[in-house]
Design a protein. Structure first.
Length: 662
């Protein structure tokens, strides 16, 4: 239940001071969206802003998936206007039967829960949530223009903040063109002046959509001044191989256990939808997961992920029995999943998600549909080439043996802990072998992929690895019960062993240094901020004594004349190009994340005490300064978003390049 619904503010009273019928406020049309945007898009931050883009693009993708569109164009201009065009059927423009004074298009744009996705007549499978998406986009935009080419005629209508600013107009004729164009500018009253679309994020989204539906052509265009090495001003995406093409590109030539991917697709019985998958198992690095439903990313997985896990573990156990390896019966899904590079995409009718932001699929039927569809293909993949099947079985058996060994070691540690008390450790922790905390380090790593590289790069005697999945809970805006119920935080508390709040005793800390190691980008900085907030609130004495550090992974690798140097940011890159590599032809590689570094690079740049650099996070000793820090954390990380907005407004103009670099 949203905190917005049950806040601390008392009910509105009437002018007489009585809580009566006149105090009841009725929000009409799209007013509720503007009043409480977080209920519809999860907030007003960068992620929520890009959720608007995804909603509009998903509508065009629904037309493609339904077989009515073959091309989608996505354009971002310098005014932060996003335009999405498809060559589908075009939104209906005839008068709506229930509201004859309005066109169907105007009803769709200005009314919640209107659209063609409530029945299966218009869309068998769709990513939109039954007409909520595009009307929410309209409500949260300062300007929206919809242009429809239908019946050889072009129609146009303009909107602002959810309301029509003019009538539907016929603006021309077209003999061949058809489809819908939606152009909108997010409202700065909602998102703030500085919260703009990120070309790199939209470019990645556009590319992923093309992979998710093989054959659809997606054209990307942005203002040339917004282009970069990673984001061209124009591009065309079309991938006949679908997810297999995506996986092949993502691997970038990494060696895998099997030379062939386990990939394929299967229609579900009775027109219930279909599933597509592409999976492989890299040898030297951990894998990663990408789950989708009706082209919508579901980063937290869900029932379709459960179906895949069941199919893989049952298939692998059966193959182990076939080759008379009895220990294979002890395999778990994590032994198989955790080492794989996995992509799964399902198309189902009436998908159910955990929230409006669609992070997790909850449709119960998806688990069995996916399991049944994938299992038969996986059995054939293992048995059609016995050498391939045995190689994969051996790989996952090694992971199982490692898991069982860690479990046994933890059982021993529980009984023989140096503190004289039983110690329970989280299963995700890869601990160091040293028992003395002096000289040991715990790396808190963003993501399983980076965690895999870190495990291979570490000094096993002194360095432990604890991967966390994505952005942890913001403890500054959560109550104690919610904090304790969070699995990532529970694992972290267990690994550290020193307790929290009034029970926090740094003398019981199991490591000398706790190092936050996240990607060298904005998302990584956000995760690091959430973790620092956790330590500040839950274990302040640990921070005050200087146990907390931030790792400094590089963003770039520069190579010239057979020599390679690393740069933490653009400023450091410029210094290298103007210094040691001046006048030379420089090859620049940008690390999109820690998981893209091989273990040797990660060790050299970020983990080896002889070559790395760290930031130490500390707290001031003086009470008044500590109070100032607490006030700043409360304002920037607390429940009231206005404090963050005001802070940005007051300080953004004073930031220059030197301040940012510092």
């Amino acid at each position: 239940m949203s905190d917005d619904l049950f806040g601390d503010e008392p009910p509105k009273q009437s002018k007489s001071g009585e809580y009566d019928a006149s105090a009841i406020e009725v929000l009409e049309g799209l007013e509720p969206v503007r009043k409480r945007p977080g209920m519809y898009i999860g907030g007003v931050d960068e992620r929520a802003l890009h959720h608007l883009a995804a909603e509009v693009i998903d509508n065009s993708m629904d037309e493609a998936v339904a077989g009515h569109a073959s091309r989608i164009e996505i354009t971002l201009d310098s005014e932060n206007r996003l335009t999405v065009t498809d060559n589908g059927r075009g939104i209906p423009v005839d008068p709506h039967p229930k509201f004859p004074e309005k066109s169907a298009m105007e009803v769709i744009m200005t009314t919640l829960h209107s659209g063609g996705k409530f029945t299966n007549d218009a869309y068998a499978t769709s990513g939109g949530l039954h007409g909520v998406g595009v009307s929410v986009v309209n409500a949260l935009s300062s300007e929206t223009i919809v242009e429809v080419a239908r019946n050889k005629t072009i129609y146009r209508q303009a909107f602002s903040q959810g309301n029509a600013t003019g009538k539907l107009e016929e603006v021309g004729s077209t003999p061949n063109r058809r489809g819908t164009t939606i152009s909108f500018i997010p409202d700065t009253e909602i998102f703030g002046e500085g919260n703009r679309f990120k070309p790199a994020r939209l470019f990645k989204l556009a590319r992923s959509k093309a992979y998710l539906y093989a054959g659809v052509e997606i054209r990307w265009k942005c203002d040339p001044e917004q282009a970069s090495d990673d984001v061209p001003a124009e591009a065309v995406f079309q991938f006949p191989g679908g997810l297999s093409d995506h996986l092949r590109e993502q691997l970038s030539g990494r060696e895998c256990v099997t030379t062939e991917f386990f990939s394929g697709n299967q229609d579900f019985p009775g027109d219930a939808g279909r599933v597509e998958w592409a999976i492989t198992w890299p040898i030297w690095t951990e894998g990663s997961y990408s789950w989708y439903c009706n082209t919508i990313p579901t980063p937290n997985g869900g029932t379709h992920e459960t179906g895949l896990r069941n199919a893989l573990v049952k298939g692998m156990r059966a193959f182990g029995e076939l080759v008379q390896l009895k220990k294979a019966s002890q395999l778990t899904a994590d032994d198989i999943i955790s080492g794989g590079e996995m992509m799964l995409s399902v198309f189902i009718r009436d998908p159910q998600f955990q929230s409006q932001t669609k992070d997790r699929l909850t449709s119960p039927e998806a688990a069995k549909l996916v399991e049944n569809a994938v299992r038969d293909h996986f059995d054939h993949f293992l048995t059609d080439n016995m050498d391939r099947g045995k190689a994969l079985l051996g790989f996952v058996m090694e992971r199982m043996e490692e898991r069982l060994k860690r479990k046994a070691e933890r059982e021993v540690k529980r009984k023989t802990a140096t503190s004289g008390r039983k110690v329970r450790l989280p299963g995700k922790l890869t601990d160091c072998s040293g028992n003395d905390p002096d000289g040991t380090e715990l790396f808190i790593v963003e993501g399983d992929s980076a965690g895999g590289s870190a495990k291979q790069a570490r000094n096993r005697k002194t360095q432990a690895i604890l991967p966390i999945r994505g952005k942890i809970l913001n403890v500054a805006s959560a109550n104690s019960a919610k904090i304790l119920a969070n699995s990532e935080i529970a694992d972290l508390i267990l690994a550290l062993g020193c307790g929290t709040r009034k029970d926090c005793d740094p003398d019981n800390l199991r490591y000398e240094r706790v190092i936050i190691m996240t990607d060298a980008d904005v998302d990584g900085a956000h995760i690091a901020t959430l973790l620092m907030t956790f330590f500040f609130q839950e274990m302040p004495e640990l921070v005050r004594r200087g146990h907390l550090y931030l790792a400094r992974p590089p963003l770039y690798r520069l190579t010239a004349g057979g020599k390679s140097l690393y740069a933490q940011d653009d400023h450091a890159r410029a210094e290298i190009e103007a210094g040691p590599f001046k006048g030379k032809k420089v090859e620049v590689s940008r690390f999109k994340g820690l998981g893209e570094m091989n273990p040797g690079q990660l060790k050299e740049t970020t983990m080896d005490p002889d070559t790395r650099s760290l930031y130490r996070v500390t707290l001031p000793q003086e009470y008044e300064h500590r109070a100032g820090v607490k006030d700043l954390v409360d304002r920037l990380m607390g429940k009231n978003p206005e404090h963050r907005f005001n802070f940005i407004q007051q300080n953004a103009a004073s930031l220059d390049e030197e301040a940012i670099d510092a």
